[in-house]
Design a binder for this molecule. Structure first.
Ligand SMILES: [Zn+2]
Ligand SMILES: [Zn+2]
Length: 425
């Protein structure tokens, strides 16, 4: 059940990466993924905490509907999920925290595990298609490299099991990174509060294979909102005056949001990504839904943008005689790497013959809620950094033709193993 998914001369990291690539699961539905990770690490002798104890349920944001979670459970049950852990992670409790050893030093590594709602290309030249490990789940794809993150962590676990370092190593398998929905919840578990060094690694990020960026402070904070406008239906021709047009509220809010005043000295973003509502041309729409987000390079600025967005949504509702509910469905904060952590990563990288690039180089302006884990560790006196591990990409993150360079996987295992052994020595 928890043996490496495929054989045939592949490394553990590549075998796991390919198996997960073929079976991608979006945030909080990573039931097959999480149960197999928990099972394998249990078999290796690690102490495994999975399910609600690894992620307080009420701290999660943007959890899918019960119907979606149920469907994911049945798919995982039929498709190779580990029956020892499936009941524990059922219902969207898909975090796994695994520890080897005891005491101090305590080093922790974060691997995010979720895929994206993107349909993978069927181009025969796309390596996952050519290699027979393209997504078997229509409309879902590992298009950010998180399958590779898990592969690296699993192979690292096997190496450390074979030759345990002194002290303690914890692997944090975090669900629902996409959309900023799982990181803060895992942090709230408290399981990382005595971690002395936390590293969150991401593959790609515009860096070529063989290169390591030992910190990336350019990550943006963000807030993602779902706004639901409610009005009153009426015949659009007989009694339009009796209607309260919810779609008009969403449309007015969209225009206002895109015109939000920007903040001097800060990188900011505003996006309305979806707007929907109504049923027919002759009925005044009584409901409308919007998905929107704001981002900023500073947590306080982001909070200010979110407050302004909420005011615009409320104003648009009032203007058209509507009610509006605004739900926070994702949130990411910023974090700053500790110089000592950056130096430790750079030293480990050089020791395994990787090229180290400056933190300012190739900074991709995205977001990652691993920052919540970093802040939690730092708040308790530990060190943390977010590192980019180069992987030459044929197509960018979050695109249909995204593909990892698997040559980067053993480099990631070597780097993290060296870092762990140096830090715990
Ligand atoms: Zn991503
Ligand atoms: Zn990612």
């Amino acid at each position: 059940m928890s043996t490496p998914p495929t054989a045939g001369g592949l490394s553990t990291a590549a075998a796991w990466r390919r198996d997960l690539h073929a079976h991608p699961e979006v945030g909080f539905t990573e039931l097959r993924t999480a149960s197999r990770i928990a099972g394998h690490l249990t078999d290796l002798g690690w102490r495994v905490i999975a399910g609600p104890d690894a992620m307080p349920p009420d701290q999660r944001l943007g959890v899918p509907s019960d119907a979606e979670l149920d469907a994911a459970f049945h798919r995982a049950e039929a498709g190779g999920g580990d029956p020892r852990f499936l009941p524990l992670v059922r219902g969207g409790h898909t975090a796994v925290v695994a520890t080897l050893g005891t005491g101090s030093p305590h080093v922790a590594l974060r691997a995010d595990i979720d895929a994206l709602p993107i349909a993978e290309t069927d181009d025969p030249a796309h390596p996952p298609v050519a290699g027979g490990f393209a997504s078997r789940h229509p409309g879902v794809m590992h298009a950010c490299g998180h399958d590779g993150h898990v592969g690296i962590a699993i192979e690292l676990a096997e190496r450390l099991t074979a030759d345990p370092p002194p002290g303690r190593v914890t692997l944090v398998f975090q669900p629902a990174e996409e959309g900023g929905r799982g990181g803060a919840a895992v942090a709230a578990s408290g399981l990382l509060d005595d971690v002395e060094l936390l590293v969150a690694l991401h593959l790609g990020l515009d860096l070529p294979t063989g290169v390591v960026q030992p910190s990336n402070d350019a990550l943006l904070a963000n807030s993602k909102l779902r706004a639901t406008f409610r009005g009153r239906a009426a015949h659009a021709s007989l009694d339009p005056q009796d209607g309260r047009n919810a779609l008009l509220g969403a449309a007015s809010a969209t225009l206002a949001l895109q015109g939000m005043t920007r903040v001097a000295g800060h990188a900011t973003r505003v996006s309305v990504g979806r707007i929907s509502g109504g049923t027919s041309s002759n009925i005044v729409p009584d409901t409308a839904e919007m998905l929107l987000e704001v981002r900023a390079d500073d947590g306080d600025v982001n909070a200010d943008l979110e407050a302004r967005a909420r005011a615009m949504l409320a104003g648009a509702a009032q203007m058209h005689g509507l009610e509006v509910d605004v739900e926070l469905i994702g949130a990411v904060t910023t974090a700053t790497a500790d110089p000592a952590a950056v130096a430790a990563v750079a030293e480990a990288a050089r020791a395994v013959a990787l090229d180290v690039v400056d933190a300012a180089a190739g900074s991709s302006v995205a977001s990652d809620d691993g920052t919540a884990l970093m802040r939690r560790v730092q708040a308790h006196g530990g060190l943390a950094t977010y590192i980019g591990l180069g992987s030459t990409l044929p197509s960018g993150h979050h695109t249909r033709a995204f593909d990892l360079d698997e040559a980067a996987l053993p480099l990631g295992v070597d780097l993290l193993e060296r870092l762990v052994r140096t830090f715990t020595a």
